[in-house]
Design a protein around this ligand. Structure first.
Ligand code: B12
Ligand code: SF4
Length: 449
């Protein structure tokens, strides 16, 4: 059976992202299938996909839908029209059945099924694809499989995958070569799931709330494969790499043993780490720490159900800085209860975090299956039946976005390491030039003054 897997994501901000999910889907399919991966970044136009589909003549085409929109209140962009063109190219050039999947799809499976008129979808982990294909092939009942979605599905059943998870990384793949030639960043997952319950966050819904760890030696072996293929930087895609201090330290030790010499980074929760935690990670090559801080007002951290308070953020920052790491803090302003006082507290407290980059987003995207969604319905900001595929952002009733952004801009006073919105303006001026000159990694460290 021939399966074409397509990565639909062509977004280049903050940089192009290797389609890691498809490596796992290919790993789950294994040797019993003839698999080809096509990445929309490889083609000069969507017609390129059309001819790839004609040449390969697949039985099924799996399309990975990662991004729904750029989640930016200032310059909002969504990608539905691009995805429709991809589906059209597949339909015009083959009779293959189309199966959708990916993190964006998992958030809005029924909405995407309708908009894109696909045959099937898998909400959640793509490791379930072989089960669906086998059931279809043998006319067995696929309706009882969790996560399978069709045009008729009224209720989607989400269930984390409990069996073997295996990545298939192919250094010779055109997609791999594209990312190596454009920035040189590849990525790696060390576990799935986040145990925290931040009120606005989709990650526990996408990956589950129970952490499922991969063996450290296996992760280090994969990291070594990426390094040997020519990667210059590895991004760890875990929801929060340090959600398990024990496992992340095991990974770092395994990296040292496997001879990982390229820098790496990832998302961290600014909780208080054990002694020498950041130092041990730095010794194993960690270079960039991206803290999901969101606010520096204890009232807001409580409202957003964050698993830490302001003192923990300041301590985590101090220890990361002491270990010689590059640090960025992400802020999500305008959540429930935000007002002039909480904004003032956040801005005052930021001044105690030196040598860092600050990314500010204002207005929090409302996603189903979150506490923020329930609150927004209760407050009448959205209707329970509303289609949220087009982004809707939560707005604090006590202060406008305009006032928040103005206050942040005024406080920033033009400082280069304060980026408001996705920072597209500043970032697009600087980052492409650095990539062209052969720099790799997230590169926001060049904004630290
Ligand atoms: C890591 C990450 C990043 C990193 C990526 C770094 C890197 N080099 O890899 C950074 C920080 C750069 C980033 C940036 C952005 N991100 Co991001 N990111 C994530 C995160 C946490 C993990 C993604 C990941 O790699 N997962 C690991 C892989 C293995 O999982 P996966 O891709 O989901 O694949 C599995 C399944 O989905 C499924 N699957 C995947 N494809 C297919 C295909 C088929 C056919 C099938 C059946 C199944 C299937 O099977 C796979 C294995 O189980 C997700 C949230 C999350 N927890 O998923 C957000 C997420 C993908 N990001 C999101 C967004 C919005 C963005 C940005 C637009 C933000 C911004 N304004 O800058 C940018 C876009 C960047 C770009 N160029 O695309 C959103 C997308 C949804 C949306 N609202 O659009 C997510 C879901 C977070 C959220 N808000 O809910 N991101
Ligand atoms: S710690 Fe991060 S990934 Fe986990 S629920 Fe909170 S925001 Fe989401």
């Amino acid at each position: 059976m021939k399966i074409l897997l397509v990565s639909a994501n062509t977004l280049t901000v903050p940089y192009t992202v290797y389609p890691l999910g498809l490596d796992y889907v290919a790993g789950a399919l294994g040797a019993g299938y003839d698999i080809k991966i096509a990445d929309m970044n490889e083609f000069a136009s969507p017609a390129g996909l059309g001819s790839a589909v004609r040449d390969f003549s697949p039985d099924f085409v799996g399309v990975s839908i990662r991004n729904i929109d750029n989640t930016d209140t200032i310059n909002s962009r969504d990608f539905l029209a691009d995805y429709k063109i991809i589906i059209q190219q597949i339909r015009e050039n083959s009779a293959a059945r189309i199966i959708l999947g990916g993190s964006g799809f998992t958030i809005f499976p029924r909405e995407f099924m309708q908009e894109l008129d696909a045959d099937f979808g898998i909400a959640g982990e793509g490791e379930r694809l072989p089960e669906l294909l086998q059931a279809l092939n043998s006319n067995a009942d696929w309706r009882s499989l969790p996560g399978i979605v069709t045009q008729e599905t009224a209720r989607v059943v989400y269930e984390p995958w409990k069996n073997k998870i295996q990545r298939r990384f192919d250094p010779e793949n055109c997609a791999t070569k594209f990312y190596l030639a454009n920035g040189g960043m590849l990525n790696l997952q060390t576990k799935r799931g986040c145990p925290y319950r931040c009120s606005y966050c989709t990650y526990p819904h996408i990956e589950g709330s129970k952490m499922r760890f991969y063996p450290a030696e296996e992760i280090a072996r994969d990291a070594r494969r990426l390094q040997d293929a020519g990667a210059k930087y590895i991004f760890i895609t875990d929801s929060a790499f340090n959600a398990s201090y024990d496992h992340s330290l095991e990974v770092a030790k395994a990296f040292l043993q496997a001879g990982i010499s390229i820098p790496w980074g990832g998302f961290f929760a600014p909780t208080k780490p054990p002694a020498d935690y950041f130092k041990m990670l730095a010794d194993a090559g960690l270079s960039h720490v991206e803290f999901g801080t969101e606010s520096l007002s204890d009232t807001m951290l409580h409202n957003l159900q964050k698993p830490f308070g302001v003192p923990e953020v300041i301590e985590a920052h101090r220890l990361a800085l002491q270990a010689g790491l590059y640090i960025a803090h992400y802020f999500l302003l305008g959540g429930p209860g935000e007002n002039r006082q909480t904004i003032g507290e956040t801005l005052d407290n930021i001044e105690s975090l030196n040598k860092s980059v600050f990314f500010f987003f204002c207005g929090i995207r409302i996603y189903p299956h979150t506490a923020l969604y329930d609150l927004a319905v209760q407050e009448g900001q959205i209707q329970a039946s509303q289609n949220l595929l087009s982004p809707v952002f939560y707005r604090s009733p006590h202060i406008s976005d305009r006032e928040i952004l103005q206050t942040v801009e005024e406080h920033a006073g033009g400082r280069f390491n304060w980026l408001v919105g996705s920072g597209e303006n500043k970032a697009t001026r600087i980052l492409p030039r650095l990539y062209e000159r052969g720099f790799s990694g997230p590169l926001w460290e060049h904004l630290i003054s």
